[in-house]
Design a protein around this ligand. Structure first.
Ligand code: PLP
Length: 421
């Protein structure tokens, strides 16, 4: 879409007005406050292009959706092909595209994870996983973690642990306990014979890229085995190569009973969520195969995108790329941050899931604004406004990583100057 300067101004103005009147006035104000004058009209590779002719290097990435870059040709071509053939399924006959994707997922997910339920978002995948755990175990309780983020539908929100998102919607689903993340003993104390499942992110994403101590997931697995609770690994943000392995669980060779996926699964082209489970958990569908369903879940278009995404991940060896570029990014950010200890508490990450924790959330906000002023898109984690999160496409080049580091160093220096630090 090419937009002339006059049209561009009109498009931006009308879009802001329409957000104010028909979508979300607060969001429109916030975006204006952050200094974005244009609206997004086109994207390619690591870049997002706006109506006013600006071009941003996208380090927010959806967040975590654009692992294969924006508008990746190998994936859009597959989706176009499927669009011409059959975009949505009848739902009565079997759907070969979903079947093929489910088989591929069983092959590349840990251990004996075998059966997949497809849906349209991360939260919906979490809902399904929680329901499956209750139905399979016949137990009501769930143990989640403080700072954990699992989505905002009722069940998922009950697992999510930030008051600001929960309070207005209470009472939430009963039976959830939240324990300190990374603390295996706290987990052991909370999980008992009433627990249907422990739900945990292998690295907390929205919580601020919190990496648990080595052995945490392994211990969580043991605790679940000792009590008969299921282990649900939420890999919606960490999956598909993001942390330098295909799945973050692979770092510890842990096989969960259920794993949730989303975000990058649709290749950055289609919305696609899923949860995959061990065969015995699927006994919940024996009596009634329609006990849990979704009209659009597993539609051929989204599954075609998923198949192309998995192929791209493997052909381009993107997990390995994430490990290498991630190391470069961490090194660069650490060097820049070392000059500003008064503002930066810690730089941490694994692969291309990287967080920068600031001494105060206002500083995080200023640095994020500084980055967008330097044409780099980034944001804080939804559960941790004091931590900048960087999750660029896994196809990011070494030169582009250098650009991000340079923009970060500049943004830090100008923030320090502004605050007279
Ligand atoms: N689980 C995790 C770990 C996430 O990071 C997110 C979203 O950020 C979700 C679940 C919810 O996914 P969605 O926003 O697609 O519903």
């Amino acid at each position: 879409m090419s937009v002339s300067p006059g049209d561009a101004q009109d498009l931006a103005k009308t879009t802001f007005q329409r957000y104010e009147q028909h979508i979300n006035p607060g969001m429109a104000q916030l975006v204006k406050f952050m200094g974005f004058e244009g609206v997004e009209v086109r994207s390619e590779g690591c870049y997002v292009y706006t109506s006013d002719g600006e071009c941003f290097l996208d380090c927010l990435g959806g967040p975590g959706v654009f692992s294969f870059g924006h508008n990746p040709e190998a994936i859009t071509a597959r989706v176009h092909e499927q669009l011409d053939l059959m975009p949505l399924s009848s739902h009565l006959l079997l759907n070969p595209v979903a079947a093929e994707l489910a088989e591929r997922l069983a092959r590349i997910t840990p251990g004996d994870l075998q059966f997949t339920f497809f849906c349209n978002s991360g939260a919906e995948a979490v809902e399904g996983a929680l329901k499956a755990a209750r139905a399979y175990t016949g137990r009501a309780g769930f143990v989640s973690t403080i700072g954990g983020y699992h989505g905002k539908t009722f069940g998922a929100l009950s697992a999510t642990a930030r008051e600001v998102y929960r309070t207005a919607f209470e009472p939430l689903v009963p039976g959830f306990t939240h324990v300190s993340y990374g603390d295996a003993e706290a987990l052991a104390d909370a999980v008992d014979e009433e627990t249907a499942a422990v739900i945990v992110e292998p690295i907390q994403g929205e919580g601020g890229i919190i990496i648990p101590p080595d052995g945490y997931l392994t211990r969580a697995r043991e605790i679940c085995d000792e009590t008969g609770a299921l282990l649900i690994a939420d890999e919606i943000q960490t999956g598909l190569g993001r942390t330098g392995m295909t799945w973050c669980c692979d770092w510890e060779d842990v096989v969960p009973d259920i794993m949730t996926m989303g975000k990058a699964l649709g290749g950055g082209v289609m919305p696609l969520g899923a949860f995959i489970a061990r065969a015995e958990v699927w006994s919940i569908f024996e009596e009634n195969p329609y006990v849990h369903t979704s009209t659009f879940g597993g539609n051929p278009l989204a599954c075609a995108a998923g198949l192309a995404a998995l192929q791209t991940l493997q052909e381009q060896n993107l997990a390995e790329a994430a490990a290498q570029r991630g190391e470069q990014l961490l090194r660069g950010l650490n060097e820049a941050a070392a000059k500003h200890e008064e503002m930066v508490t810690e730089v941490r990450g694994r692969g291309l899931l990287v967080g920068v924790e600031f001494t105060h959330e206002d500083i995080a906000g200023l640095v994020i604004a500084g980055l967008s002023g330097r044409k780099v898109l980034a944001a804080y984690g939804l559960n941790n406004p004091g931590t900048l999160r960087l999750a660029p496409p896994l196809i990011i080049s070494s030169e582009q990583v250098d650009e991000v580091v340079e923009a970060f160093a500049d943004a830090l220096s100008s923030t320090a100057a502004m605050l007279e630090l």
